[in-house]
Design a binder for this molecule. Structure first.
Ligand SMILES: C[S@@+](CC[C@H](N)C(=O)[O-])C[C@H]1O[C@@H](n2cnc3c(N)ncnc32)[C@H](O)[C@@H]1O
Length: 295
């Protein structure tokens, strides 16, 4: 698995700046979030604590709260501005209900999915919609496995390598710098899940095509989303108007029926908490897991 790790400060800054207008353009994120929630409703689970990892502006946090009204909600994001937005949005959704004594009061924690600010075996459900593509899969899955209770569930989406392949190709005809983030493929993701000790990992992919009138409109949306190019080998400094015009011209080769497509390869995955790692290094498989495998 080659290292495609982005610069963390850049990710945090970029999403922080995006917080105010992210919801205006987060079409794909809403769609995959809804699909994840639908899949979740097929699982019988009564989580005491639910973690929305990479919570962003908090839309899914409110929906998770409605889905599990008795659960304690925890929101983690690397960008403090996103957390602030998530808090405001959660309070707004709750309206006056939030003043009731038993209303849900989520915990908002600034933190990195690769180093979660949570105790071992402390979460029953980790929900991560389009956030893990910004992380090293080995480190983030190891952390998720650490905080999940053995019978806890991880439900996530991430992006696969075919994502934005049109834009990547268009840039490749302009210069040799990486302009579009690199993403891990499903096999790398699966391998990292297995290595982390998560149990019964299941993965599948789906393709979505967003359409644009111009390549500039796509690049603008990516900027508003905070989905900046964070490749380590990226070109530093501003991209010139001439280069942007060249990439827009090159993108035209993908035009059909008057529109420009932007492909997203979305990887859907889930797994159970699995093993309990003891301080002495011994690994114990909970009885419930053994029973689940037998049935
Ligand atoms: C594309 S947004 C998705 C937000 C939200 N889950 C949704 O469905 O709209 C990705 C989010 O992940 C956060 N993020 C990126 N890298 C992270 C990391 N290493 N740890 C925690 N959050 C991270 C970003 O700040 C951003 O809020």
């Amino acid at each position: 698995m080659t290292n495609k790790l982005p610069n963390k400060n850049l990710v945090a800054r970029s999403f922080g700046r995006a917080a105010a207008h992210y919801d205006d353009v987060a079409v794909l994120q809403r769609q995959t979030g809804d699909e994840l929630l639908d899949r979740l409703s097929l699982v019988t689970l009564q989580p005491k604590r639910v973690l929305d990892l990479g919570v962003g502006t908090g839309r899914n946090l409110s929906l998770l709260g409605q889905h599990y009204p008795k659960a304690e909600l925890v929101a983690v994001d690397i960008a403090p501005a996103m957390l602030k937005h998530a808090r405001n949005s959660f309070n707004q959704t709750q309206g006056l209900k939030r003043w009731l004594p038993n209303s849900q009061k989520p915990m908002y924690l600034a933190g990195d999915a690769e180093n979660l600010p949570l105790a071992d075996n402390s979460v029953d459900l980790v929900f991560a919609n389009l956030a893990l593509q910004w992380c090293d899969p080995r480190m983030s899955f190891a952390e998720i496995q650490r905080v999940l209770r053995p019978d806890g569930l991880l439900m996530f989406t991430t992006l696969g390598p075919d994502t934005l392949h049109e834009l990547r190709q268009a840039w490749a005809s302009v210069d040799d710098y990486p302009h579009v983030n690199m993403f891990y493929d499903m096999h790398d993701v699966g391998e990292a899940m297995m290595e982390s000790g998560l149990a019964e990992p299941v993965l599948d992919t789906d393709r979505y095509t967003l359409t644009y009138e111009t390549a500039m409109a796509l690049m603008k949306d990516l900027k508003v989303l905070g989905a900046r190019n964070v490749n380590t080998g990226r070109r530093k400094g501003l991209t010139g108007k001439q280069a942007l015009k060249q990439v827009a011209d090159a993108y035209e080769s993908f035009r059909y029926d008057g529109i420009l497509p932007a492909t997203y390869e979305v990887v859907y995955g889930h797994a159970w908490g699995g093993q309990i790692k003891q301080d002495d290094g011994e690994v114990r498989i909970p009885v419930s897991q053994i029973q689940r495998r037998k049935s």
